[in-house]
Design a protein around this ligand. Structure first.
Ligand code: RB5
Length: 148
């Protein structure tokens, strides 16, 4: 898969680890920055990653900010983007299997360089189950997105 990777300055310390993890797992990276530790706004990062997925330039996304919360809030404003803030491995794979999540959000100030790769691998290795109950629930989410 092609993975759009984006972070703000809060996520920057984890970016290199994330990038290497994605490559080592056999995926391609679309690096959307940031490229220095200078402050940038997480909504801009979330928009860049979300739009890459919307345009079909990436299959999934990985967003890293300080807590992971701001990036997650912003990404979920975009049509067709299902972002989850997952700091445990169960959520990281279940977000894809049940919720068809296409973006993983991480908080670089919360997790460390050992847990982050495990979360990323769990997310990237998971597939949507396609089970009827999950499809039904996602249809309801889509309706909410279209009516909001
Ligand atoms: C930046 O200081 C910080 O607010 C941002 O990275 C993120 O944690 C927001 O949720």
């Amino acid at each position: 898969m092609k993975i759009a990777l984006g972070c703000d300055h809060g996520g920057f310390p984890l970016k290199e680890t994330a990038l290497k993890t994605i490559l080592l797992a056999g995926h391609e990276v679309l690096d959307l920055g940031t490229f220095t530790a200078d402050p940038v706004d997480y909504p801009d990062t979330a928009l860049a990653v979300g739009q890459a997925i919307q345009r079909g330039e990436a299959d999934r996304g990985l967003l890293i900010c300080g807590s992971g919360v701001g990036a997650c809030v912003a990404a979920n404003k975009l049509r067709g983007i299902r972002a989850g803030l997952c700091h445990d491995t169960y959520s990281a794979h279940q977000s894809v299997e049940h919720d068809d999540a296409n973006v993983l959000c991480l908080g670089a100030r919360i997790i460390g360089i050992e847990l982050a790769p495990e979360l990323i691998r769990a997310f990237l290795g998971a597939q949507f189950s396609g089970e009827a109950r999950h499809v039904r629930r996602l249809e309801k989410v889509k309706k909410m997105e279209n009516s909001g």
